[in-house]
Ligand binder design. Structure first.
Ligand SMILES: Cc1cc2nc3c(=O)[nH]c(=O)nc-3n(C[C@H](O)[C@H](O)[C@H](O)COP(=O)(O)OP(=O)(O)OC[C@H]3O[C@@H](n4cnc5c(N)ncnc54)[C@H](O)[C@@H]3O)c2cc1C
Length: 289
């Protein structure tokens, strides 16, 4: 590995100053992507800025407005928190699938998002739950929906000197539910061939979709919010025909590639299958079943 400087700021301003310095630097949350890329010489930052000592990046707060998740909070802290598992089960389940326990103790949800892999497992859940990214940089703060955060494989919407401070995930509405699924050819420790997350809100009787959001990963250059697939369900009765129509639209919207993990055809098929299954799961959760 190349030589680099390593800094452990204790405040957000200190971290921003370090990242904004000449030559720039890379923020290290858990390092489970960053260190791998540095060892492979795909990234060669002159300065690594460790986020674990910055209080704002390690906040985990649940209140009436929802969940505030510091960008460096580990996947393990997320899925072992009983309140998150109860209120945001799709997010907890996706966090529990990132690598194995050793990885989960370091890997953060923020790092999963900033790394912007098309297959990132926690991003579809963040998208359908309506998460907002809180960003800070030399020109102040701004907010961006997570659905717009990834801009290409390994690329995100952060500008030079900016960092992701936290994610805000709104409190789920009444009669709502969300579900996440991933397809891999073995039981664990693999990258998604396709993954999908769905969030639905139902009418009080549990007969009709009020709204739905569907996101599919590893089937396009970015984790994809398939607006038309969710929107086709709004106001429609909950039945298999409508679920299949949303699944068909999801499969039409994806832009997969063929690689060592799967073919275009298999990924398109999986986008439909996972969307339909996640929809059924989300409906059950919304009904409290
Ligand atoms: C063995 C192994 C198994 C894995 N399995 C999975 C898996 O099943 N599913 C999956 O999705 N991923 C998997 N990964 C990838 C990785 O663990 C995840 O993407 C993880 O969530 C990254 O988080 P991190 O905190 O380690 O990020 P880091 O490596 O610290 O950072 C990732 C990138 O984002 C940047 N960054 C991090 N935080 C910020 C911030 N707050 N602001 C701005 N930029 C930031 C870093 O500079 C870096 O470029 C695996 C990795 C390994 C090594």
């Amino acid at each position: 590995m190349h030589d680099f400087r390593y800094a452990t700021p204790r405040t957000l301003n200190e971290a921003l100053k370090l990242l904004g310095g000449r030559g720039g630097g890379a923020l290290l949350a858990g390092g489970t992507d960053l260190i791998v890329k540095m060892r492979a010489r795909r990234l060669q930052p002159g300065l690594v800025v460790d986020a674990k000592g910055v209080p704002e990046l390690n906040v985990l707060k649940l209140d009436k407005s929802g969940l505030t998740l510091g960008a460096a909070v580990s996947c393990r802290r997320v899925y072992t928190d009983a309140r998150i598992a109860k209120t945001y089960p799709a997010l907890a389940e996706s966090a529990a699938l990132v690598g194995g326990i050793g990885i989960q103790g370091r890997a953060s949800i923020g790092g999963n998002l900033c790394n912007a892999a098309p297959s990132a497992d926690t991003v579809p859940a963040l998208i359908v739950l309506g998460a907002i990214a809180n960003i800070r940089g030399p020109r102040g703060s701004r907010k961006l929906p997570v659905a717009e955060f990834c801009t290409g494989p390994g690329r995100n919407a952060l500008k030079p000197g900016e960092l992701l401070v936290s994610l805000k995930i709104p409190k789920p509405a009444k009669h709502s539910g969300a579900f996440f699924l991933r397809f891999i050819p073995r039981n664990e420790m693999d990258i998604a061939v396709v993954n999908a997350a769905v969030a639905v809100e139902l009418d009080a009787k549990g007969k009709t979709f009020k709204s739905a959001r569907i996101a599919v990963g590893a089937a396009a250059p970015i984790p994809l919010l398939v607006r038309e697939a969710g929107e086709c369900l709004a106001g429609q009765p909950i039945n298999e025909k409508n679920i299949q129509e949303a699944a068909r639209l999801a499969a039409l919207a994806v832009r997969p590639i063929t690689d060592m993990r799967g073919t275009v055809e298999q990924r398109r098929h999986l986008a439909a299958v996972l969307t339909a299954r996640a929809l059924r799961g989300a409906v059950k959760r919304a009904k409290g079943e």
